[in-house]
Design a binder for this molecule. Structure first.
Ligand SMILES: NC(=O)c1ccc[n+]([C@@H]2O[C@H](COP(=O)([O-])OP(=O)(O)OC[C@H]3O[C@@H](n4cnc5c(N)ncnc54)[C@H](OP(=O)(O)O)[C@@H]3O)[C@@H](O)[C@H]2O)c1
Length: 294
């Protein structure tokens, strides 16, 4: 087998690590792999990956090491015994964690004379390798630029800045958005489902509506930055009246109302804090300061 792209090591061959190694192999990278449970390397070996016997052997096989294990505790359990071999290499950490953990790992690798980028994979394993999918990175821009061609094998690499904590920070914020949006979609699906509309029939409307919602977000972002929320399209008080229709329709059909009740309560706090005539963007004032409107 011939490899015409730089050598990479992948540490951690769970669902995500295996997808990362597969994408690198598909792009022609010489890919060394290591996993705590060794048999998970077998399918990748059959595709041309080189299994390492130990983390030390995995680290020394390539100048670039991509790690994707369960959490930062697992990352350090694997890499600390091999730490001396990281000198002069670069660690790209795609393990999920907090901004604080990312900053600690960056300081640890710096103390070893290694480069570091923290990353957030904004897709599930089947999306790895697609240029549509965002991979967020933070840390040294020199390190990012040096490895950008390799990182494009995994998805669309986006550099957020020099602070290594940024990728984890954005990851948490974007996952929060995803859970809110997906729970809202499932809630709406349960509501229309109570009148025998199938999820597959409702979902195209939900998807089309989300693109309109994306437009609202884009219009409101400058208001948030300015701290000025002109209510010239729809005010918080108008939305409070509208959410009562949702609460009523949901209650009448025996569907769970906890989500819209929380949303109404949050809007009422914004109104009580003086934002009733402002746009929905003003709700950020109670999110930023939980005492507002209480
Ligand atoms: N799956 C996704 O859609 C997705 C999306 C974005 C980000 N991520 C992140 O990617 C990371 C991996 O997720 P995954 O879905 O691949 O999980 P997974 O399938 O459960 O794999 C977990 C990996 O971590 C290893 N591991 C766990 N504890 C360990 C320890 N103490 N020492 C050494 N290795 C240890 C496992 O090794 P063994 O095989 O030996 O157990 C395995 O390689 C997580 O941080 C996750 O949040 C996942």
């Amino acid at each position: 087998m011939t490899f015409d792209h730089p050598a990479v090591t992948v540490i951690g061959l769970g669902s995500m690590g295996s997808a990362l190694a597969t994408a690198l192999l598909d792009r022609g990278h010489r890919t060394t792999v290591w996993n705590r449970t060794a048999h998970k390397a077998e399918a990748l070996s059959a595709r041309g990956a080189l299994p390492a016997a130990t983390p030390e052997e995995a680290v020394t096989a390539s100048p670039l090491i991509v790690a994707c294990v369960l959490d930062h505790e697992a990352l350090h359990a694997v890499l600390e015994p091999a730490g001396a071999f990281l000198e002069g290499r670069t660690l790209i950490n795609l393990t999920s964690g907090s901004p604080e953990q990312a900053r600690e790992s960056a300081a640890w690798t710096r103390s070893l004379g290694a480069g570091y980028l923290d990353g957030a994979v904004m897709t599930t394993p089947p999306g790895v390798g697609s240029p549509e999918m965002m991979f967020l990175y933070s840390g040294s821009s020199e390190v990012f630029e040096a490895h950008r061609p390799t990182l494009t094998a995994l998805g669309d690499p986006v550099h957020l800045g020099a602070d290594p904590g940024l990728a984890s920070l954005y990851d948490a914020a974007l996952l929060g958005l995803m859970w809110s949006a997906m729970t809202g979609w499932l809630h709406g699906t349960a509501l229309v489902g109570a009148e025998k509309t199938q999820a597959t029939a409702f979902t195209p409307f939900a998807v089309r509506w989300l693109s309109a919602v994306a437009g609202f977000m884009t219009a409101y972002a400058p208001q948030v930055d300015a701290g000025l929320y002109p209510g010239d399209d729809a005010t918080v008080d108008v939305q409070i009246a509208a959410i009562d229709h949702l609460l009523h329709a949901v209650a009448a059909r025996g569907v769970d109302n906890a989500l819209p009740e929380l949303l109404k309560h949050t809007m009422q706090r914004a109104s009580a804090a003086g934002h009733g005539s402002d746009s929905y963007a003003s709700v950020i004032e109670v999110l930023r300061n939980p005492e507002n409107g209480r």
